[in-house]
Ligand binder design. Structure first.
Ligand code: ZN
Length: 71
């Protein structure tokens, strides 16, 4: 009975940590010494996975993927 609607699942590189799974948060003046004035934190967005599972990419996420490709 009825059709099963499949939701396409996509994976994209996490735009917050850029696939690293962690981010560096500045704790001081990073222009002096970035490593001494920043802390490594687990990425809150992807929960350290480095990539996000999205059911439907939003314009923002597509743009973020596009900008990642440029680097
Ligand atoms: Zn992330």
């Amino acid at each position: 009975m009825g059709k099963v609607i499949k939701i396409a699942k996509h994976k994209c590189v996490c735009p917050v940590c850029e696939g690293n799974g962690y981010i560096r948060v500045s704790t001081g003046d990073t222009s002096l010494d970035f490593r001494d004035n920043s802390q490594v934190k687990q990425c809150f967005k992807c929960k350290s996975e480095g990539e996000l599972e999205i059911e439907e990419p939003t314009i923002e996420e597509l743009e973020a993927m596009g900008s990642n490709r440029l680097q």
